[in-house]
Design a binder for this molecule. Sequence first.
Ligand SMILES: [Zn+2]
Length: 207
Amino acid sequence: MLIKNLVVGNLATNCYIVTDESTMKCAVIDPGSDSNEILGYIEENGLHPEAILITHGHFDHVTAVPAVREETGAPVYINEKDAYTGGRFDHARFQADENTRYYADGDKVQVGGLTFEVIETPGHSRGSVTLKCENVLFTGDTLFRDSVGRTDLEGGDMRELLRSILRLYDLEGDYEVYPGHMEASSLERERRFNYYMTYADREFRGQ
Ligand SMILES: [Zn+2]
């Protein structure tokens, strides 16, 4: 598995292009902006995008989805709670259409030899998910290095977010953590040093 991180847009969103090197098939996670840069990387490396995977519907994670889908033909996956169809512009949710595929807790998306498993982790938004692939977690804006996503936007809920990060805490073993903004980390590091994780552990389990 080869992970390329492109930092895109005004809010410095991490877009990840995750490639199965044995087939050169890839997934594009959170194409938030700068479609030319994303498509350039795909073309230069001769990759075959099989899926566009969205961690949540906020505009800084989805703005380049239409351009990347148009150019690659790859299907778009999102949790239904962070999508809407038609109506007015909504910067907090993804505008879905009849081709959008919805994934929910426990669903799996296959990209070449890679399997992405969906873990619903609401709190930053209602439809936030974490994507688990081999020893890596793509946590969107649920879990950051030393922090968590804000919960003051529509659909945000701090207690729900704390329960969500406890689910990640309870995964067995260690994982690399690739968040939606800022630097990567590891799950073990966050279990030990992330204030919100240690707080949630105490608050919900009384340790
Ligand atoms: Zn967000």
